[in-house]
Ligand binder design. Structure first.
Ligand SMILES: Cc1ncc(COP(=O)(O)O)c(C=O)c1O
Length: 481
């Protein structure tokens, strides 16, 4: 008998994963054998003593593992007949398939796509110091279930920070901490639906980041595309949309600012129609030629939903953003999010609050501003010097710039393919237009994206690749690089 059980152990390759504990290893190996059908229902198991001897472990460990599997329904223990494999559900559990959604592969080559800050500049040391401080000082109660609108510490800190740096007029009660702007927009959609008891229409600038209209459409709302001219969204093209989403400080992707006249027009539209404005202030901290223009929200806190994020000042991976809501949406927020929990883990919220309160966030943003201003200047100088027919458009702000080409210079697809062949990755402007065929010829350069040491080589590679494109440069210019 002993021999038979010993063989059973070997035949079934009951290899114990010894890391993680012997008992867990035995449980894992037996579960696997039952699930895969290698041990069919009714199979009698060896005695715990025999199994322990076979596997070279203490008998108590085996007994505990068997008891656990009896409790889970893999085994059953019958008086006088020992332990057997219990009947299992008819169909074997489906194998978990690898996710059909590919994770983004790291991009090889020169990454000048827009949308990223320099991740190498993340204030790791300050974040670590703040973490230590928070862990040493936060009362136990701070780690419990917190207000779903976010930790009060962060909401207080943000009111001061946003008032000082962006001219936002709000109170801690009006702030909701969200897991990024996309999540914030989702929440706004939910509030609108709750308020109107029906889906509504949401106006976006055209061009815009295409994911956002797609997101609101997926949530059942209608997305309208309102053209942008040199002053920003054409407010006169708005009708009775429930919301107009704008990027006033630095239009994404064109990089212009919403003119003072358009700001007034937009606020009048909202007051007249009862619509709301969502102000996506994604990179409002970064202006290089003058003081940042204050948030539109300060002009009409009762009609503007202000949205800010740490994705440009620190890192998209933090998933930390905020909304400052108008009064009108506050009651709805409380009703429609009654069953929600805080959207962002509270420790990160406390850390960010600490970084704001001790001035570290301001210092970090100032350092980044210097870094990105220098990069933008270098890009502008290189374009002016080597590509005289190319125009760097938009204001000196944010983390990206648009290069505009003479209309007949090239085809966007061919230009992008040429750059990719030279290992330079950028985005074409047409991807942001509702009707891509109506897009002017241009590319976005995310000069924030490379690490500092890699920016110079990345810029050289870009300019060289563009100079190699004969359509863009008259021949004599090509020798100058
Ligand atoms: C126009 C615009 N708004 C907001 C954001 C910030 O999004 P999130 O906070 O979800 O990272 C981005 C990010 O790239 C953006 O391009």
């Amino acid at each position: 008998m002993e021999n038979q059980w010993a063989r059973w152990g070997l035949d079934l390759h009951l290899h114990l994963r010894r890391h993680g504990g012997l008992r867990a290893g035995i449980e894992h190996a037996l579960r696997d054998a039952v699930r895969s059908g290698r041990l069919p229902a009714g199979t009698r198991l060896p005695s715990s003593r025999a199994l322990a001897g076979d596997l070279g472990v203490a008998r108590g460990t085996v007994t505990q593992a068997l008891e656990q599997l009896v409790a889970e329904g893999y085994l059953e223990s019958r008086p006088r007949s020992g332990i057997r494999v219990a009947p299992q559900p008819a169909a074997p559990p489906a194998k978990i398939k690898p996710s059909p959604q590919p994770t983004l592969p790291p991009l090889r080559g020169i990454d000048l796509r827009s949308g990223f800050p320099d991740l190498a500049a993340f204030p790791r040391r300050a974040w670590l110091a703040a973490t230590r401080q928070v862990m040493q000082t936060a009362p136990n109660a701070a780690l419990g279930y917190r207000d779903r609108a976010g930790a009060a510490e962060l909401r207080h800190a943000l009111v001061e920070y946003l008032g000082r740096t962006r001219g936002v007029v709000t109170t801690p009660a009006h702030i909701v901490i969200c897991a990024g702007y996309a999540h914030a927009l989702r929440l706004v959609c939910r509030l609108l639906r709750h308020r109107a008891a029906a889906p509504g229409t949401i106006a976006f600038e055209d061009p815009t980041e295409p994911d956002y209209p797609a997101l609101v459409a997926q949530l059942g709302h209608r997305a309208h595309h309102i053209p942008v001219d040199g002053e920003g969204m054409l407010v006169e093209a708005l009708t009775n949309e429930a919301v107009a989403v704008v990027t006033p400080a630095h239009q994404y992707p064109l990089g212009i600012t919403l003119s003072p006249a358009r700001r007034l027009e937009l606020v009048s539209w909202a007051r007249r129609t009862g619509g709301f404005i969502v102000e996506d202030d994604y990179d409002g901290e970064f202006r290089y030629d003058r003081q940042p223009i204050g948030a539109l929200q300060g002009m009409a806190p009762e009609r503007v939903v202000y949205a800010g994020t740490t994705s440009k000042t620190m890192a998209p991976g933090l998933r930390l953003a905020w909304l400052a809501l108008p009064d009108d949406l506050l009651t709805i927020l409380h009703e429609s999010t009654r069953w929600d929990e805080s959207y962002v883990n509270v420790i990160d919220q406390l850390i960010l609050a600490h970084l704001i309160e001790n001035g570290e966030l301001d210092r970090h943003v100032r350092r980044c501003r210097t870094r990105y201003r220098r990069r933008r200047d270098l890009l502008g100088q290189a374009v002016a010097r080597h590509l005289p027919h190319v125009r760097l458009s938009g204001v000196a702000a944010g983390l990206h710039a648009v290069l505009r080409f003479p209309p007949v210079a090239d085809q966007e697809g061919a230009l992008l393919a040429h750059l990719v062949a030279r290992d330079v990755h950028v985005e074409g402007l047409s991807a942001f237009y509702h009707r891509p065929e109506e897009s002017p010829l241009g590319i976005l350069i995310g000069y924030g994206t490379p690490a500092d040491h890699a920016f110079g080589p990345a810029l050289n590679a870009l300019i060289e690749a563009l100079c190699d494109r004969r359509q863009l440069v008259p021949p004599p210019q090509r020798d100058r690089l």
